[in-house]
Design a protein around this ligand. Structure first.
Ligand code: UD1
Length: 453
């Protein structure tokens, strides 16, 4: 592996308009809300559609920035991506002639790396930017690269790019991960569908979004099964065909709105809600004392008023599915700020995922950080309005939650991060009676700032 300094050393990520959320707290949320399609599933399904030259149709695709970036990245490759109506994408990858995923795509969205597996499997080569790169070393892609090598790919790393080739065809093989990885598992599955022979992947991620990808690939003619919960077997095919698929509901969005009702003393019914994918999270809610009822595809939540002390402190630890999702850690922390006693939080997946608690503390939460993976939250806190800054998508949505439960007005800077993964979040909150508005960042004449990755 070459060790040269990347030629994107001076690279500045593409600018996006800087925005704020303004939230007036203290209003209980009431009403019904339809859950959108899953971001983390939709991005992989769009990538999977490049495995065939035939037309694929995806419905219930969330209208979010990350999907737009993936669609644009595919179009730059020469893929035809139509968006005939809201939440519907049609993809035709007949003439892909530009097998290059540039840093511009990777810097805007780390999930662009999911294109490695399908492009390599179908076209035998791809040059793809390292999304971890030198700017954000905490999100490596080494496991994706090793998985491709286990399937016979030759991959060199030069100047910030992976140059991947599969002379002839990828070969089925044993993909053994040292740790569970969601996108690593998905990249291995995508590559193996067109490899010669059989591939075993273990430990394979068990997230519902991985199963949604498998369901779509099966419709495309792929031969994939879970031999055990953590082993996936893929028998490679010569070619796949076009297919249609409805993206599964977003369990993280659902969890976010469950907490919104719980902490404002509201009553909300979520429609099209994936109760069966929220087991560990609902277990925490039950321990905390939130009244939640699951229907066939609904979740009803009845909350306690902020600061009432009706909720109990609990200790939580994030984990790979079926454990508590790291993406639901921030909303759960907001809930725990309203629970009586001390809750301990152990973030096991990512080392920077607790940093946002400093912003929650500015709103009056009593937070103690032990180290980057451990925090204690003492409650119940009377949250108050403040000026806070969003660092990433999930933390951003959770600061809105805290602001809804707070007294007074909160200004949340960096609102554009939330658009990456939540479809029209302010409108959804407004429909439930919240006072949330998204505005251009005052004082930024050009209104531009770099996005996160
Ligand atoms: C996916 C989700 C993200 C979620 C995460 C964990 C998408 C687009 N994103 O991210 O929302 O928070 O799962 O549920 O689906 N790792 C390595 N080397 C690698 C890959 C991962 O060391 O090559 C490490 C990561 O740093 C992390 C752990 O493995 O500590 C798990 O990460 P992973 O499951 O791969 O997360 P993503 O698939 O990137």
């Amino acid at each position: 592996m070459a060790d040269a300094r990347p030629f994107h050393w001076e690279f500045t990520p593409p600018a996006v308009p800087r925005e704020i959320f303004r939230v007036e707290g203290g209003r209980p949320l009431h009403g019904r809300l339809a859950v959108s399609g899953s971001k983390n599933a939709a991005l992989k399904l769009l990538a999977a559609a490049t495995l065939t030259g035939e037309r694929c149709r995806l419905t219930n695709v969330p209208e979010i920035e990350d999907v737009r970036v993936m669609a644009e990245t595919l179009r730059d490759l020469g893929v035809v991506v139509d968006h005939p109506e809201a939440n519907v994408y049609e993809i035709a990858s007949g003439d892909v002639d530009w097998l290059f995923v540039p840093l511009e795509a990777a810097a805007r969205m780390r999930a662009s790396f999911i294109l490695l597996g399908p492009l390599l499997a179908r076209f035998g080569r791809v040059i793809i930017s390292n999304p971890g790169g030198d700017r954000i070393g905490r999100r490596p892609v080494n496991l994706h690269v090793e998985a491709m090598r286990a399937l016979g790919a030759q991959i060199d790393y030069r100047n910030g790019y992976y140059f991947a080739r599969a002379p002839g065809r990828l070969r089925g093989g044993e993909v053994v991960f040292p740790t569970v990885t969601v996108m690593g598992t998905e990249n291995a599955i995508l590559a193996a569908t067109l490899a010669e022979g059989t591939t075993h992947i273990r430990p394979a991620a068990q997230e519902p979004e991985v199963d949604d990808l498998i369901a779509f690939l099966r419709k495309m003619g792929a031969d994939i099964e879970r031999a055990a919960p953590d082993t996936i077997v893929v028998r490679g095919q010569r070619r796949l065909r076009g297919a249609e698929h409805r993206v599964l509901p977003d369990r993280i969005e659902a969890g976010t709105f469950v907490v919104a009702a719980a902490i404002t003393g509201g009553e909300v019914t979520l429609e099209g809600a994936p109760c069966e994918h929220l087991g560990a999270f609902l277990g925490v809610l039950a321990e905390v004392g939130v009244a939640v009822a699951c229907g066939r595809d609904t979740i009803e939540v009845r909350g306690a008023p902020p600061g009432s002390g009706a909720y109990r402190a609990v200790d939580i630890a994030t984990d790979a599915y079926p454990g508590l999702a790291t993406d639901l850690q921030p909303p759960t922390c907001v809930l725990l700020s309203q629970a009586s006693g001390t809750s301990r939080v152990h973030e096991t997946i990512f080392e920077d995922r607790l940093e946002w608690l400093a912003e929650l503390a500015r709103m009056g939460a009593a937070v103690e950080m032990a180290d980057p993976h451990h925090a204690a939250i003492h409650g119940p806190a009377r949250l108050h309005g403040a000026d806070v800054e969003i660092g990433d998508l999930r933390a951003g949505a959770s600061l809105i939650l805290a602001a809804l439960a707070a007294e007074g007005t909160t200004t949340i800077h960096g609102a554009h991060h939330v658009r990456r993964g939540y479809e029209n979040i302010e409108r959804k909150f407004q429909e439930l009676g919240a006072r949330v508005t998204r505005l251009p960042e005052p004082g930024t004449a050009e209104g531009m700032a770099p996005p996160t990755s």
